[in-house]
Design a protein around this ligand. Structure first.
Ligand SMILES: [Zn+2]
Ligand SMILES: [Zn+2]
Length: 155
């Protein structure tokens, strides 16, 4: 059995068109063609392949929360293909759990802070309530702690 470290090197060699950087978090930075990964994470191989999949698919920006969820689903599909080609086992439950965190995240931020109805996303970081017309702002990064703030002068 090859060690995780040697498997990481194999992956990095195989996708040498991208730059790789060790950090605490996993991310794909299209602006400098760099994949950040955490070599100490117990799921490092799969999460690394996940970021490589974003890179291969040329993902840059998403236009809505649902758009982000679609990108994530597409990325996981490609991740499974890459993992199979490298003889790396993927646990379907892990993928489902990961996608669920996006669904929970979306559900949470789309809830109207005034009346709890489900809002409509009218801009990348703005939701509007169809029931009480309240508008609220959400931050973009999924990994950041969610902060909802009311927009002053919102109609
Ligand atoms: Zn992703
Ligand atoms: Zn409302």
């Amino acid at each position: 059995m090859p060690s995780t470290t040697s498997k990481i090197s194999e992956i990095i060699d195989k996708y040498s068109q991208f730059s790789f950087k060790e950090t605490d978090i996993f991310s794909w930075q299209p602006s400098d063609n760099t994949i950040c990964y955490n070599p100490k994470d117990s799921n490092v191989l799969i999460l690394l392949l996940h970021e490589i999949s974003h890179a291969i698919l040329g993902h840059k920006q998403y236009s809505s929360d649902i758009g982000l969820l679609k990108l994530e689903q597409e990325t996981w599909g490609r991740t499974i293909e890459l993992a199979n080609s490298l003889d790396i086992t993927v646990n379907a439950d892990d993928i489902q759990a990961n996608l669920d965190t996006y669904r929970d995240w979306m559900h949470e931020r789309s809830k109207c802070p005034a009346c709890k109805a489900t809002g409509l996303q009218i801009k990348l970081n703005i939701y509007e309530c169809p029931v009480c017309s309240h508008r609220w702002k959400v931050n973009q990064a999924k990994d950041c702690r969610l902060k909802r703030q009311n927009i002053k002068n919102a109609q």
